[in-house]
Design a protein around this ligand. Structure first.
Ligand SMILES: NC(=O)c1ccc[n+]([C@@H]2O[C@H](COP(=O)([O-])OP(=O)(O)OC[C@H]3O[C@@H](n4cnc5c(N)ncnc54)[C@H](OP(=O)(O)O)[C@@H]3O)[C@@H](O)[C@H]2O)c1
Length: 339
């Protein structure tokens, strides 16, 4: 007999990622018994429409998780840390977007379609990777068979990766800049309009930022790469509302040609290849806005490495980088009856 349909809660439903999760639960036709929408006290009482029905957003409290089987959370690390024990104690599964649990040994860090089997190891909490790692995993998984030896990633990340307040800051700073007015930036350490900021998250002792180290450590965990694989990342914030772009240089153990990579990626899960420079066909950040694929182009032989390939990839950070993967994980948890 198959399991009873799940009771689902969306925690952080009024945020940038939470709204996208809500949309995708509908798009992917996730089957549920009941669904509820949770936020902090600030947005509690907000009305939202979902599948033709009006729901009232409730303030998240421990009791909110009574009888809930699956929680899709995007409410920040401290909120997830506060509620995780309450959710697990009540028998629920937390699928979490924050970085709070990603590197914990007992917590599977999963990209649906890349390492689904890791889901079976969950003990109540499943983590969704950082947005810049997520899009990269779908590209690297089908190429892993050539033996990844070294990886260098440079990211160009949009402001929506930093939430609603950051989106507003880019808009307001741009207007102020064009009108010659003074603008006081709050979300970012430097002005974001007409600028590129080489800092995302705080600096670590080794001179890398936390965001850069997320790419390094999460890539290793998801692809099960050992310490002998050298990985480096530089992450920059760019004045783009939505969509992250990445320049990726990979050194492989075995020789592989750009044509082979192009062919493999054309047939890979979640990837769309746009790669005909003669015709100026390559993906730009705007191509990814609001859609699911990770777009790859500019596939070429890397001149600095033996057996090296360079490529460019763009994706919607709010979808594959957060909400889409969260809901795809939920879909897998339901299919694999892991709740
Ligand atoms: N944006 C991205 O691309 C991205 C990608 C990957 C992961 N993430 C992660 O996802 C999380 C949310 O990001 P976001 O961009 O959606 O942020 P956001 O737009 O600021 O939304 C935050 C959401 O969390 C809720 N919340 C805040 N404190 C809460 C509390 N104490 N109890 C219950 N709910 C609370 C907020 O409710 P109120 O409306 O009541 O304030 C809101 O619904 C963060 O952990 C972020 O790191 C974001």
């Amino acid at each position: 007999m198959s399991k009873q349909k799940a009771n689902i809660a969306i925690l952080g439903a009024t945020g940038v990622v939470g709204r996208e999760i809500t949309k995708i639960v509908d798009e992917l036709k996730i089957e549920f018994n009941t669904i509820k929408f949770l936020s902090s006290a600030k947005s509690a009482g907000t009305k939202l429409e979902f599948q033709g029905k009006e729901y009232t957003v409730e303030e998240a409290k421990p009791e909110s998780f009574d009888g809930v089987n699956i929680v899709l959370a995007s409410a920040g690390g401290s909120t997830s840390q506060k509620f995780a024990p309450e959710i697990v104690k009540r028998g629920g599964v937390l699928i979490d977007n924050s970085s709070a649990f990603r590197m914990e040994k007992a917590v599977p860090l999963v990209i649906a379609g890349v390492n689904n089997e890791d889901l079976r190891l969950h003990k109540g909490v499943i983590a969704n990777p950082n947005c810049s790692t997520s899009q990269l995993m779908l590209v690297l998984e089908p190429l892993k068979k050539f033996g990844i030896k070294r990886l260098i990633v440079s990211t160009y990340q949009s402001v929506s990766g930093a939430g609603l307040a950051a989106i507003n800051e880019l808009r307001d700073d741009t207007k102020a800049n064009l009108n010659g007015e003074v603008f006081e930036n709050k979300c970012f350490k430097k002005p974001i309009s007409f600028n590129i900021i080489p800092q995302i998250d705080v600096f670590c002792d080794n001179g890398y930022t936390k965001e850069e180290m997320k790419v390094v450590n999460e890539t290793r965990k998801i692809l099960h790469l050992d310490e002998s694989v050298k990985i480096s990342c530089t992450a920059a914030r760019v004045p783009v509302f939505r969509g992250h772009s990445e320049a990726v240089d990979i050194e492989f153990e075995q020789e592989v040609t750009p044509d082979e990579v192009r062919e493999i990626l054309k047939n890979a899960y979640g990837i769309t290849v746009i790669d005909n420079p003669d015709n100026f066909d390559y993906p730009t950040t705007r191509d990814a806005d609001g859609v699911d694929p990770v777009f790859v182009g500019r596939i070429r032989k890397n001149l600095a490495f033996d057996n090296g390939i360079s490529l460019w990839c763009v994706a919607d950070n709010l979808r594959i980088g957060a909400a889409l993967n969260t809901v795809r994980i939920c879909q897998k948890v339901i299919e694999m009856e892991l709740y």
